[in-house]
Design a protein around this ligand. Sequence first.
Ligand code: AMP
Length: 298
Amino acid sequence: MCRVGNAMTHRFVSSTLQHPQIIHSLPALVRKLAQWRTRRERIGLVPTMGALHAGHLALVKRARRRADRVIVSIFVNPAQFAPSEDLKTYPRTFAADVAALARIGAHLVWAPSVDTMYPQGFAMRVVPEGPATVGLEDAFRPHFFAGVATVVAKLFIQCDADVAAFGEKDYQQLKVVTQMARDLDLKTRIIGVPTVRERDGLALSSRNAYLSDSERKTAPTLHRVLVECADKIVRGQAIGGAMTEGRAALAQAGFVVDYLEARNAETLSPVVSAKGGPLRLLVAARLGKTRLIDNIAV
Ligand code: AMP
């Protein structure tokens, strides 16, 4: 960090431009956590795969309100990618990520290597059930939630996190990690943060970078169709009919739909009427080579 001569300037510099400490090894992380714990500081964690955007930064801001110290983990987790998926091409923008985190006051970037997370001989997997087996993402990415649960459990333990922030953008994942923390008696409390969107409604996602110009113009249709379906249900149309029309509208716009479903917002179990409690509409669809997911409350 640059040195400056007067105390006022120094305070200004350190409160606005302090770079987060970057840690790659577990022993260094343990030493840092011990310092914070001696001072009885609460630790917040934001797990990410990097390529940070304003959605990730909203999680950091929220975690800062609930913790004295915020760790952002950046780890592209091989265990949650199938061999056919985009592990190799997933965007990696580490320097820009750290600069963005400096601007919003994250304290530490935890960036372990694959070998640190999964050393030779690693032989453990957390296999979630309940919200992880309801036939949404799990039906199309069967490897996904065990990969997520395993890495998130490790991150919670490594970072000794009191709270961890997750985006509603990945709604099923939010439910899975909440259930996991509860069922494994982990002390980490989960905070869900609303989805941050572009002005045209498209949910921010690191994978939006894959969209061509013309796909980018089509992509907001995903959110628009969700809103139209929610309006129809609120106005009394049968859920099944609204969903069928929604799928047709997406196909018409050029999407290949994996699913568009109305589910119970808590359990994610299928619903036939709006009477059984709050609803969530969830969608996954492919536009060219890019798979997009989104969801909204009804
Ligand atoms: P990822 O780096 O894609 O694994 O996402 C890391 C975290 O950021 C997850 O908890 C996501 O749900 C969250 N996230 C991703 N996109 C958004 C968004 N547009 N708004 C809010 N949270 C998001």
